[in-house]
Design a protein. Structure first.
Length: 331
């Protein structure tokens, strides 16, 4: 007996509805792999009040950020599968879906290298400030110098410094590989039992030791009740005054007011954040005006290569479900 009661759909044309497809395909990442699998309706964005109207006849729903509660799922009579176009699936009531025999799938691996790359794009940009120097030249600052060279702020080498990784899954390990190539000492803290890294100087550290010893701290852990807001004043107070915090994981890991206060007081060197607690960012977020804080709009995952892998894997998930052998099922 199949684990999902109504998976043998190979001979039927499925009705597939994409609730919020714009970020996956703003125009450069065709839906053709999914169009081949059924009748496809695509909405760039969907308000919660419009979900039932738009997805009433859907066999398969694709969602990224549109929430599908248990009550909502119960009101979609034809629904047979939910495909989350991301790794995280907290937007779906997976237990309610399971009780109705509806598999929920995610895409576990697609942006590993992209996110690790973004960590160092931010870090190197913060240290060397190439665009700021370009603007200074445009203003005539170089032309007016008596010396052949000038810099807007102290520059630094990465080699010999310490990179602390909170979380050592795929993205954490990819980040560690780049860090090691730069000559950084890599240390880590993780709640999961994973293999140590084969790099000279690698150590497992307590979270307090990691924050106190690291020059650069990069977050790569999931947000859970235990980790929500764990980067707070008490932990930030243990950081070096020159240390830089990098977050490409989840905005809710950080107490944003505590971080903003530390930045404004000069307690740490800076913060590079690709994620915040509410996205798009709210005008009241204290990090918007914090000193030495560089914000990017949740783009670490989004290089075209990563989005193409995401599209292809979503199509693979739907095809496997249609053939009666669902994969990447999270419930």
């Amino acid at each position: 007996m199949l684990p999902w009661g109504h998976c043998l759909l190979g001979e039927f044309s499925m009705n597939i509805v994409v609730l919020d497809g714009y970020t996956l395909n703003p125009g450069d990442n065709p839906w053709s792999p999914i169009e081949e699998l059924g009748e496809l309706s695509i909405y760039d964005r969907t308000d919660p009040a419009d979900v039932i109207q738009r997805a009433n006849k859907a066999d398969v729903i694709l969602t990224n950020k549109v929430e599908l509660s248990g009550d909502l799922i119960a009101k979609l009579p034809n629904l047979k599968m939910i495909a989350v176009t991301a790794t995280g699936y907290n937007v779906v009531d997976i237990e309610a879906a399971r009780e109705r025999g509806i598999p929920v799938t995610n895409v576990p691996v697609y942006s590993t290298d992209a996110v690790a790359q973004h960590v160092f794009a931010g870090l190197l940009g913060f240290i060397h400030r190439p665009y700021e120097h370009h603007l200074a030249i445009q203003r005539g600052d170089w032309q007016s110098q008596e010396n052949f060279s000038f810099w807007l702020s102290p520059l630094a080498e990465l080699k010999g410094k310490t990179m602390g990784l909170v979380g050592l899954g795929r993205i954490g390990r990819a980040t560690a590989k780049i860090a090691n190539a730069f000559g950084l000492r890599v240390v880590a803290n993780t709640r999961r039992n994973v293999d140590p890294l084969p790099y000279d100087g690698f150590e497992w550290l307590s979270i307090g030791e990691l924050f106190s010893q690291s020059d650069y701290i990069s977050l790569h852990c999931p947000q859970t009740p235990e980790t929500t807001g764990f980067v707070n004043q008490a932990l930030i107070d243990q950081m070096k005054s020159s240390a830089i915090l990098i977050n490409t994981a989840r905005g809710g890991l950080v107490d944003e007011q505590d971080l903003a206060d530390a930045l404004n007081a000069g307690k740490i060197g800076g913060a590079l954040l690709d994620v915040v607690s509410t996205e798009p960012i709210d005008d009241s977020n204290p990090l918007l005006s914090a000193k030495n804080c560089v914000l990017t709009p949740h783009i670490a995952w989004s290089p075209i290569e990563a989005r193409r892998r995401l599209m292809e894997t979503v199509a693979l998930n739907i095809r496997a479900f249609k053939d009666g052998n669902p994969i990447h099922v999270v419930n």
